[in-house]
Each structure stands twice: as structure tokens, then as C-alpha cells.
Design a protein around this ligand. Structure first.
Ligand code: GLU
Length: 375
């Protein structure tokens, strides 16, 4: 359970998802820079207090549609993709400008669903984000619309944001849009609809409150938000849904503005370990010596020096089994090297990796965050 219940400012890692409607306007550039600046002001305060923040921003299609003078009517997939490609530049630049006012460096990351689901890509994307956060930058993420086809698109950045939260073990996710939170029923149709301030578990009854995907209150809105909240809360991340139309929407949440909180049902690191342990297919095995075994038992990473044998055929990011000298399974983990490279560095000191491989890879064969020891 998250100990920073219902607070943005005390988050360790905060993901802020911004819907298109909040940052686009009808003017020539199509972007509401004042809104972006105000959000960046709030984020800068959190960053200066030690919170790491990632923005997941929609808006590329809306901005690009205007730039390319595409009609207001439904766009074909390739038109949407073209619009996203044209709009993403201005969108990102606007974020860059907003954060530069606080001397914060931004970095653009475009993701598809397979980048978050497939282990190898997942590991690369995650390491990039970790590195950027470690360097004090604010990653700004959107879907890679150009290469994502209709069938494999996230389609809505709510789910993308939840996957990102899961991927990097965020503890708080804010979904800002024009929806102010969850009601017991569609408030437009039911005058008795009650506003729900806090949801401790997303049950079937809670899902039913969101109604069905379709026009009105739930249009691409509450249903996908609940889906996103399910992914995130199970991954140990609390979720807040709030209306972000006014300037400074994050600090408005902090000062008590109406919103709905979904509490995390796990802790991020336990949830990640569960995800790794659920790796159905392992592609190889590492035998380790007694020293490494003791180190793993006390929560340390697996270094190349402790690996005595590498078997199987695997790529960086694959799940592999860890065994003792007699072949007994000790646990499993996501490996930072391919089987070929792992064979070359097994038994060697971390400082020798670069000379052996010709590049400086990770210090660990399997980082402790990517490792689960059988209980
Ligand atoms: N990737 C889309 C865009 O930038 C947004 C998807 C969504 O509606 O959340 O326009």
C-alpha cells in the first residue's frame, strides 16, 4: 500500500497524463502555452522537492490536424498518423519551452504497446527513463502513432500512462482531462449520481459506475480511465482523476479540488517482482557460485564475477533461471546481456566488461530490481 496516500507532492515518482483538450486551442499554433507553463510550474516545485516526474502528453493529432488543414470529421488511420507526425514537433517544443523556464531539461519518448509489454524493449525503454530521471530530466511521452496500427495502438494515453507507471514503478499517476472524477452513475442522466472521492478497490460495481464506452459521460473517458486505474493500482501506483481545465491543475488537486483517488493495492516493487516471477518462458540459465548466492540472499544484484556457467540462447531483457552449482533453481530474473555476451563476461570483474565486449554495458548481469529469489 502506498504510504503517500492522496498526495501528489509527496510522490516519489509521479506520472502526469495530459489530455489533448487541455493543451490545444483554436489559434494558429494550436497550443495553450499558458496552460503548459502553469503545469510546468507545478511540476518544477515537485521536482525541486525530490519527486521524479514523467509527463504523458496527448495532443499531437489535434495540433497536426490543424497544421495540415485536415477536416474536423473522423480521420482515417493514416491521416491521424500523418497529423501526429506533424503535430508532435510543436507539441514537444511547447513542453520544452515550458520546462526550460525552470531550467528543466525535457526528453521525448515515443512508445508503442509492444515497447511496454515485450521484455527486451521494456528493459531498454525503462533504462532510458531511469537514466533520464536520474539526470534530473523530465521525460515527455506520447504514443508512437506513426508505427502503431489501429489493432495494436494504445489509442488512448490513459492506458499508456498506466503502463509507463507500471514499467518504472511510479507510485502516483494523475490523469488530467475534462472529466472531474468518478460518479456512482452518469451525472448527466441521473440527478442522484454521487461523486466518489476515493476508491480502495476497483470492483465490478466500480467498473459499472463508469458505464459503457460510448457517447456522453463515458466517451473514451471514464471506461478507459478505470482500465488504466486498474493496471496502475495493481502495479502499486495510486491514481487520481481530475479536471485539468484550469491553470495549475496539479496544485489545485493538492489544495483540495474535487477529484477521485484510486488507492494502490500493492507496493510498486512487489508488483514488479510478481511481474518478473510470472515470466512464463525462461530462455536460459545462469549457474552461480556460493559467494553470489549469499549476495543474492542479502538483496544484492548478480554481478558477472559470480556466474560460473551460461546456458541457453537468449537476448538482453529475456527472463533466465538462476541455479546453484548443482543445478537447483534459486530464482529468476531479467538479464542485461545476450547469451553470447553473458558467456564472454561470466566469471569476470565488472571493470573488465568494456574490454571484453567492446562496449560498456550494465555493471550487473541481473540488477536486483530485475531479480526474484524463490521463497
Ligand atoms: N497520441 C495521440 C495524440 O498525441 C493521443 C491519444 C489520446 O487520445 O490519448 O494526439
Amino acid at each position: 500500500m502506498s504510504d503517500n496516500k492522496n498526495s501528489l507532492s509527496s510522490a516519489n515518482r509521479l506520472i502526469v497524463k495530459v489530455g489533448s483538450a487541455l493543451l490545444t486551442t483554436d489559434d494558429a499554433e494550436g497550443l495553450n502555452q499558458d496552460w503548459l507553463d502553469a503545469l510546468a510550474d507545478d511540476v518544477a516545485t515537485y521536482v525541486s522537492n525530490g519527486t521524479q516526474v514523467i509527463i504523458v502528453s496527448s495532443g499531437a493529432v489535434a495540433v497536426g490536424r490543424q497544421a495540415l488543414s485536415l477536416s474536423e470529421t473522423a480521420l482515417r488511420l493514416e491521416e491521424k498518423q500523418a497529423a501526429a507526425a506533424a503535430g508532435q514537433i510543436g507539441l514537444f517544443h511547447a513542453w520544452q519551452r515550458a520546462f526550460a523556464r525552470h531550467d528543466l531539461q525535457t526528453a521525448q519518448i515515443l512508445l508503442t504497446p509492444s515497447d511496454t509489454e515485450e521484455r527486451r524493449r521494456h528493459l531498454n525503454a525503462r533504462n532510458t527513463m531511469e537514466t533520464l530521471l536520474g539526470l534530473g530530466a523530465v521525460p515527455v511521452i506520447n504514443e508512437n502513432d506513426t508505427v502503431a496500427t489501429e489493432e495494436i495502438r494504445f489509442g488512448d494515453n490513459d492506458r499508456l500512462a498506466a503502463r509507463v507507471a507500471q514499467m518504472i514503478g511510479a507510485d502516483t499517476l494523475a490523469l488530467l482531462s475534462d472529466i472531474d472524477g468518478l460518479y456512482s452513475a452518469d451525472p448527466k442522466k441521473d440527478s442522484d449520481a454521487q461523486f466518489i472521492e476515493e476508491v480502495s478497490e476497483i470492483t465490478a460495481a466500480v467498473e459499472a459506475m463508469a458505464g459503457e464506452a460510448g457517447p456522453g459521460y463515458s466517451s473514451g473517458g471514464m471506461v478507459t480511465k478505470i482500465e488504466a486505474a486498474k493496471i496502475a493500482t495493481r502495479a502499486g501506483c495510486a491514481v487520481v482523476i481530475a479536471d485539468g481545465k484550469e491553470l495549475h491543475s496539479l496544485s489545485n488537486i493538492e489544495s483540495g479540488k474535487k477529484c477521485t483517488w484510486f488507492l494502490a493495492t500493492a507496493n510498486p516493487s512487489t508488483a514488479r517482482k510478481r511481474w518478473i516471477a510470472g515470466a512464463l518462458t525462461t530462455s536460459g540459465a545462469l549457474a552461480i557460485d556460493d559467494g553470489a548466492r549469499t549476495a543474492l540472499g542479502s538483496g544484492k544484484s548478480l554481478l558477472p564475477a559470480g556466474v560460473t556457467k551460461v546456458s541457453g540462447d537468449f537476448e538482453r531483457g529475456d527472463a533466465v533461471i538462476i541455479e546453484d552449482a548443482s543445478g537447483n533453481r534459486l530464482g529468476c530474473g531479467l538479464i542485461a546481456y545476450s547469451s553470447n555476451d553473458a558467456k564472454l563476461i561470466a566469471g569476470h570483474k565488472t571493470g573488465e566488461i568494456e574490454a571484453l565486449l567492446g562496449y560498456r554495458g550494465r555493471d550487473e548481469m541481473i540488477h536486483r530490481d530485475d531479480l526474484v529469489i524463490d521463497g
